[in-house]
Design a protein around this ligand. Structure first.
Ligand code: BTN
Length: 322
């Protein structure tokens, strides 16, 4: 597998001889050469010196081979399915899961989506080769009422990973927005199929604006959206971001299984950009205005209304009023 070659090259700070590669991978030196050629076609820059062997100079910013190599030892993550283009990674995960073709722990990653979807029937702008579009498919043994909590987990995971990698103050706006300097950096769309109050399949879709530029955005969202590149002027590795999300998701999900919701809600509150502020929450049926006082252990927003009563809200679009 080309993925093994990548791992060998990455594990070594200098050249790896063709002889060592063929011995460690159990393939001929001609086969090593073929795989190196393939990797170069995929955007890897690999230096070759006849006397020394091969050295990895740089990787493409989103690499299927590196991501597959990253999860090779994992028990939690089963497979990464990579698409150059798809309608929506959530839709793709849903149809594959309906056909029982994929196991829990499968991740769909795409380089572009032509029908990317957001919450409340909106579309998700998904230009090619610049951003992260991924869906995690799980078959958790869990009641349907826990579904909003999967969004809470994913929000905590993404905010922490993006903070760690970039140093930017990424925060979360309930229920699913990733925010940086008051603009939307990403979003999470969790969709599930349930039977008799149990989740059969959960699909956690994550979209992050990584390397997109202003020109990639329709004018309607230019003033409210941002990307890591807008904020830093740098190009970021989407492989590092996706790999970071997978590592952190596994840890946080296992924390939830072993310790329950409380420690994750605590992390969520530390990352929240709206608690303690006056907000309006717009849902299909009504718009509520009040103080975003807290988030309960199920991930529902606790809104202190003007009348003094506390209302638990399960969905809606939040605008911060002050
Ligand atoms: C939102 O904030 O409205 C949620 C946006 C979620 C977008 C991601 S991109 C990957 C996955 N596939 C989709 O079609 N949507 C989610």
């Amino acid at each position: 597998m080309a993925g093994n070659i990548i791992q060998l090259l990455k594990d070594s700070s200098s050249y790896v001889s063709g002889e060592r590669m063929s011995a460690e991978l159990g393939i001929t030196r001609a086969a090593v050469w073929k795989k190196i050629t393939l990797l170069r076609k995929k955007g890897f820059i690999i230096d070759a010196l006849p006397s020394k062997g091969y050295r990895l100079v740089s990787s493409p910013d989103l690499s299927e081979d590196e991501l597959s190599a990253h999860i090779r030892e994992s028990v939690f993550w089963k497979k990464i399915l990579f698409y150059k283009s798809t309608d929506s990674t959530n839709e793709r995960a849903l149809s594959l899961s309906l056909a029982e073709e994929i196991e829990s722990g499968t991740v769909i990653v795409a380089d572009m989506q032509d029908k990317g979807r957001g919450r409340l029937g909106r579309s998700w702008v998904s230009p090619p080769r610049v951003n992260v579009y991924m869906s995690i498919m799980l078959r958790p043994d869990m009641e349907s009422r826990n579904m909003p909590f999967l969004t809470i987990i994913a929000g905590v995971v993404c905010a922490r990973v993006l903070r760690n990698i970039t140093g930017l103050p990424v925060s979360i706006k309930w229920p699913n927005d990733l925010i940086c300097f008051d603009r939307k950096l990403g979003g999470i769309l969790t969709e599930a199929r349930s039977e008799a109050d149990k989740i059969v399949t959960a699909i956690i879709g994550i979209g992050i604006n990584v390397n997109s530029e202003r020109r990639h955005l329709p004018s309607s969202i230019r003033s409210v959206a941002t990307s890591l590149r807008f904020e830093t002027g740098k190009i970021w590795s989407r492989t590092e971001i996706v790999a970071g999300i997978l590592d952190e998701f596994e840890k946080t999900y296992m924390m939830f299984i072993n310790k329950g919701k409380t420690p994750i809600i605590k992390l969520w509150k530390q990352l929240s950009s709206m608690l303690g502020k006056r907000v309006s929450v717009m849902s299909v049926h009504e718009t509520l205005t009040g103080l975003a006082e807290d988030v309960d252990d199920d991930g529902l927003l606790m809104l202190r209304m003007g009348s003094g009563t506390l209302k638990r809200v399960s969905s809606g679009d939040v605008s911060i009023l002050e």
